[in-house]
Design a protein around this ligand. Structure first.
Ligand SMILES: Cc1cc2nc3c(=O)[nH]c(=O)nc-3n(C[C@H](O)[C@H](O)[C@H](O)COP(=O)(O)OP(=O)(O)OC[C@H]3O[C@@H](n4cnc5c(N)ncnc54)[C@H](O)[C@@H]3O)c2cc1C
Length: 510
């Protein structure tokens, strides 16, 4: 059964240890740094009970993200569900519950990856997927080691417990100590996975562990970054950061006890890595994320259109062309989702299908580069209006200042209140601290570019590209009798004397 928003909010009142500004937060559903965002997430749960959305968001009584896709049509249905939730936050909540749900479903599609000589995590991976689906839980994850010193492996850091590691085995489970970064949404979650998505060194055996625990597990601390929601003046002044600040927290484990049944990978460097990459977990993540990214670009482009219409610049050819560039980016973002679905692959040795890997992986490169470009384009279109705004809605309501604001901050057909409302929304999306975090998010949440760019080469079909270029080179020679010149009007490759012409195209090399 899917939960209501109210059920979800109640589940957060569990004594979890969240810290902000030197204060322990008693209740994230009531604290001014978290409550609106908790409410926005609660609304996602409520959407599943809305008769219009139930058929899209659920399948056999659980959220659709938990259904293992068996066909292309199932992938399309999953994407439609991801899109409904993405639109509810205009793409600004990245790690909604369907993100890790998609990962868990990937685990369940190929559980044997969790079976190793040292530990059999397969039953636990299946139980994890089932627990989340049946409880309609909000799963989150911290699978990035704290930066500290990136030239050293987890076990080579200058202190033993900087990165989460196993410090003891006890009856019924293990004890872990150390930290992980950046737990997006973790303070709003029901469970958090602690693991590592980057490859570990062979000596990192104590760090080669992955488990999922309830957020209120004793010894688990979440140290929140600055809250943009707390900084927001009002919804009118900061419409996005006041409601969609999904939070990022440092997770610290202080001798946390983890029961065996919550352990997915244990003292196995390979399994703690392949669980993400060999199962469909990662490509499922990208499917959700790419759908949200497409939605976010639609939203930003919509803002650009509204801003330029309000400034009466929309019809100026260079401005219309800039909108055209943005629309092209929206189409590109959409194309990556549709192409990943169309190039779906069977889960080898497991169940169902998964989005195509090549396109999914490439989405990370496209999105990380395209997002800052889109933001830049819209800032150029917006000009100074997004800065010249009253400090807060109070000025607009003030008896003396209100008439001045209304007189000088307006556009044809756009009274001050409408214009200020639009431009404050735009600045929250493009230029605020919240916006800066989003730019960093879009660049890094898929992992570090220096890794995924290399991965695109290692795992991509470089041979097809190389041999096509080579085929061109092979198509002509210096010529024994002097430099060959094409006959007037002829393409060099058409020369019947040219060896290998037209035979080594892409198809021939696959
Ligand atoms: C807003 C946000 C939300 C996030 N949410 C989550 C989350 O919910 N869960 C989670 O687990 N993680 C999350 N992440 C973390 C994300 O996965 C990492 O940021 C990402 O994997 C990159 O790791 P890093 O930040 O440690 O950067 P690093 O690996 O330290 O890399 C930073 C830069 O240093 C350079 N560099 C470092 N090492 C090398 C090298 N070996 N070779 C060449 N150059 C190098 C590169 O220029 C690179 O871009 C989030 C990140 C952000 C920004």
């Amino acid at each position: 059964m899917t939960r209501s928003g109210q059920d979800y909010l109640e589940s957060l009142r569990d004594g979890r240890e969240v810290w902000l500004d030197g204060e322990r937060v008693k209740d994230v559903t009531r604290h001014p740094a978290f409550r609106n965002t908790a409410g926005s997430i609660a609304r996602l749960f409520d959407l599943a009970h809305d008769s219009e959305h139930t058929p899209v968001l659920t399948s056999q009584g659980v959220h659709r993200a938990y259904a293992i896709p068996r066909s292309y049509e199932d992938l399309v249905a999953r994407r439609r569900a991801h899109k409904v939730w993405a639109e509810a936050s205009f793409g600004f909540l990245g790690r909604t519950p369907d993100y890790m749900a998609a990962g868990a479903t990937g685990f369940a599609a190929l559980p044997q990856v969790f079976t190793t000589e040292s530990f059999d995590g397969a039953p636990n991976a299946l139980a994890y997927h089932r627990r989340l689906a049946e409880g309609d839980l909000y799963p989150t994850f911290t699978i990035t080691n704290p930066q500290i010193d990136r030239t050293r492996s987890a076990s080579e850091q200058e202190e033993d417990d900087l990165v989460v590691r196993v410090v003891a085995e006890r009856d019924g489970g293990i004890v872990v100590r150390g930290a992980k970064m950046i737990g997006t949404g973790a303070v709003f979650g029901n469970e958090v996975i602690v693991g590592t998505i980057e490859p570990l060194a062979p000596q990192d055996i104590e760090h080669a562990v992955c488990f999922s625990v309830p957020i209120d597990t004793p010894g688990l601390k979440f140290l929140s970054r600055t809250s943009y929601e707390a900084q927001a003046r009002s919804v009118f002044d900061n419409p996005l950061s006041s409601r969609f600040d999904e939070n990022d927290a440092l997770l610290v484990c202080e001798d946390v006890f983890v029961p065996w049944e919550n352990v997915l990978a244990y003292r196995n460097v390979d399994a703690s890595f392949t669980m993400w990459w060999q199962t469909p977990a990662y490509v499922n993540f990208v499917h959700q994320a790419a759908t949200r990214f497409w939605t976010k670009l639609e939203f930003l482009t919509g803002l650009a259109i509204l801003i330029t219409k309000a400034n009466n610049t929309y019809q100026l050819p260079p401005v219309t062309q800039a909108i055209g560039r943005l629309m092209g980016k929206v189409a590109q973002a959409k194309a990556f989702v549709l192409a990943a679905e169309a190039s779906y692959e069977n889960v080898e040795g497991g169940q169902g299908v998964k989005p195509g890997k090549e396109i999914s992986f490439a989405q990370r490169i496209m999105a990380g580069e395209l997002y800052p470009q889109a933001v830049q384009e819209i800032k150029m279109l917006a000009g100074g209006g997004v800065i010249q705004l009253p400090a807060s809605a109070e000025d607009l309501l003030h008896p003396e200042l209100g008439p001045l604001v209304k007189k000088y901050i307006r556009s044809p057909g756009h009274p001050a209140e409408d214009r200020i409302k639009l431009l404050k929304l735009a600045w929250d999306a493009l230029g605020s601290e919240f916006a800066g975090r989003h730019e960093q998010y879009e660049r890094f949440y898929h992992g570090a570019p220096h890794i995924y760019l290399m991965q695109q080469v290692w795992e991509g079909d470089t041979g097809a590209c190389e041999s096509l270029a080579q085929a061109c080179l092979d198509g002509y020679t210096l010529g024994a009798g002097g430099v060959e010149r094409p006959a007037p009007g002829a393409f060099p490759g058409d020369d019947p004397r040219t060896p290998g012409r037209n035979t080594a195209g892409r198809g021939a090399n696959r």
